[in-house]
Each structure stands twice: as structure tokens, then as C-alpha cells.
Design a protein around this ligand. Structure first.
Ligand SMILES: Cc1cc2nc3c(=O)[nH]c(=O)nc-3n(C[C@H](O)[C@H](O)[C@H](O)COP(=O)(O)O)c2cc1C
Length: 185
């Protein structure tokens, strides 16, 4: 059940300023990949609105602009993958955001019948469970069926630019991690 506030109100918010303010929230960068129904090709869309939603059942969410091809494709029941880019994959982020360069090599890997990008930091194979309308976007909730995580440092997006962690993350043995974050949320 969706709980919404009453009807549309005229907004005093400037769209460009709003976008600029949202950019202060640093995110990772993903590419949502899928094969459109009845089309003999794989497609991807760069997405930074990827969010974890639920652990049990395992649910994630991406917010897709209504005008995008991916929003049209990811109807309920549709399989797709979320590929988390690592710091060396900014060209792929640009490629799937609509700025392809001829020299960018895209290496596809089909797992569980779903196209993935090879060599990403992590990937989540999903099937669309619900689609919620939200302004000029659609919120696509995906049920995760399989995932892989390689631990490579992430590509980041902050204030309109691609970034990377200044200090490389050294994987810690579980016993040396002082705070058990999964317990906190
Ligand atoms: C870093 C970055 C993050 C993006 N995140 C999103 C997003 O979360 N949702 C969205 O709809 N578009 C997002 N975009 C824009 C889409 O990648 C772009 O509009 C793309 O061309 C849509 O492709 P499609 O029409 O084939 O789905 C993002 C672009 C960049 C560069």
C-alpha cells in the first residue's frame, strides 16, 4: 500500500538548484543491464539512484526517468542486473549514460539468462517485483535472485563529477572490524 500526501502543489523549488543540492549526496555508480523483450541486443543505463530496500526478502530499488528506455523495459516480472562499477570503469558509466566513445569496449557476461557487465565491483541479478510512479520517475523494486561481490574500490559520483576514494580500502579480516554495521541496520 502506498501512502501519499494530497494532490500536486505548485513548487517554489528551482529544478537546477535542487539538482545541484542533491549532488552533495555522494553515491556509487551502477549500470542497470537487461535484454528488451523481442530485441536481439543487450542494453544498459547508468544509474546512481540504486538503494538497498529490504534484507528479507532481498529487495533493491532504482529510480528511472519516465522517458528512459530502461523505465519502459523493466515492467513487473522482467529480469535485469545491477552492476556496481569500480573506480576504473568511468568510461562505462559515460557509455551507458548516452555518451558512448567508439573505443569503449563493453564486455557482456550472461548469468542466469541475464546480461551483466564483466568485471564489476559487485552485481545483483534481479527480477522486477513492483513499479511505483513517483513524479517524473518510476521506482523499480527488484527482488534479488543472485549476487556477486568482488570488493574492488568503487567509482563515486559527487557534485556532478566522477570521483574515487582517496585512500584505498584494504579489506579487513572479519575479526578486526570493530563495528558490526549489518547489526546496526
Ligand atoms: C552518474 C550518472 C547517474 C545517473 N543516474 C540515473 C538514475 O538514477 N536514473 C535515471 O533515470 N537516469 C540516470 N542517469 C541518466 C541515464 O544514464 C541516461 O539518461 C541514459 O541515457 C538513459 O538510457 P536509456 O534511455 O537507454 O534507459 C545517470 C547518469 C549519470 C552520468
Amino acid at each position: 500500500m502506498a501512502i501519499t500526501s494530497p494532490g500536486p502543489q505548485p513548487s517554489a523549488i528551482d529544478a537546477m538548484e535542487f539538482r545541484r543540492a542533491l549532488g552533495h549526496f555522494a553515491t556509487g555508480v551502477t549500470v542497470v543491464t537487461y535484454q528488451p523483450d523481442g530485441v536481439d541486443e543487450f542494453r544498459g543505463t547508468t544509474v546512481n539512484s540504486f538503494t538497498s530496500v529490504s534484507l528479507d526478502p532481498p529487495l533493491i530499488l532504482v529510480s528511472l526517468g519516465r522517458q528512459t528506455r530502461s523505465a519502459a523495459a523493466l515492467r513487473p516480472g522482467k529480469p535485469f542486473a545491477v552492476n556496481v562499477l569500480h573506480h576504473g570503469q568511468r568510461e562505462l558509466a559515460m557509455h551507458f549514460a548516452g555518451w558512448p566513445k567508439p573505443e569503449t569496449a563493453v564486455e557482456w557476461e550472461v548469468r542466469g539468462g541475464v546480461p551483466h557487465l564483466a568485471g564489476c565491483g559487485a552485481s545483483f541479478r534481479c527480477v522486477t517485483r513492483d513499479v511505483h510512479e513517483a513524479g517524473d520517475h518510476l521506482l523499480v523494486v527488484g527482488l534479488v535472485e543472485e549476487f556477486q561481490a568482488g570488493g574492488a574500490p568503487p567509482l563515486l559520483f559527487y557534485r556532478g563529477s566522477f570521483e574515487h576514494l582517496r585512500t584505498p580500502v584494504v579489506p579487513q579480516p572479519a575479526a578486526e572490524v570493530s563495528i558490526d554495521f549489518p547489526e546496526l541496520w
